[in-house]
Design a protein around this ligand. Sequence first.
Ligand code: HEM
Length: 179
Amino acid sequence: MPGGARSSPPCRPLKDNATLNLYARSGLKIVMPYVSRLFIKTGIAYLVLTFVAGAVLLSLEAAGRPVPYMIEIEHGHAGFVGWLVNTVIGVAYWLLPVNRARFAETQGRYPEGRARFSFYALNVGLALRLLSEPWFTRQPSPAGSAFLYLAALLQVLGIAAFASIAWQRVFPPPLRPDI
Ligand code: HEM
């Protein structure tokens, strides 16, 4: 090597197969936690659903047919709550800094039960809304209104459960004792 200089190996992208194999062999794992996967895959399903509903709405428009207002509302909620909110929560549970002092039992991520509750409450609430709102607006009934109350309550509880965890995973770095 000229002048005895050692050339450093070229940088490789973090996620090529060789690097991942190296991580696996050395015991380091890149693992997306279960609750994150639940949220993100549900988000992907809603993304597809939203696009299909959007395509139907657009086709109705193109055909000069009236676009049912309620389907627009459903499409909007599937897109924003179903796709966007689910995806953001899934990524946040995965990537926000861990708080080992607060959630020691899961290496700092979250209390497993509360995180799962946030998923089921939000998504059962959303599904209940999407299914019962068109039915209720066409034909108001005590049962329909009970479903909508429940849908509202579940979604708020789900988000509150998420917020209570995320809040504790946003904090400044600890001060170094030597400064
Ligand atoms: C994640 C992606 C999407 C989100 C979050 C989203 C969100 C929304 C929202 C909030 C509305 C308004 C609903 C209202 O007026 O109350 C809407 C309307 C609409 N969207 Fe989407 N949308 C998405 C993707 C799409 C796609 C891919 C298409 C077409 C293929 C589409 C076609 C439409 C149509 C035709 C309307 C009705 C417009 C009108 O007549 O007022 N959307 N969307």
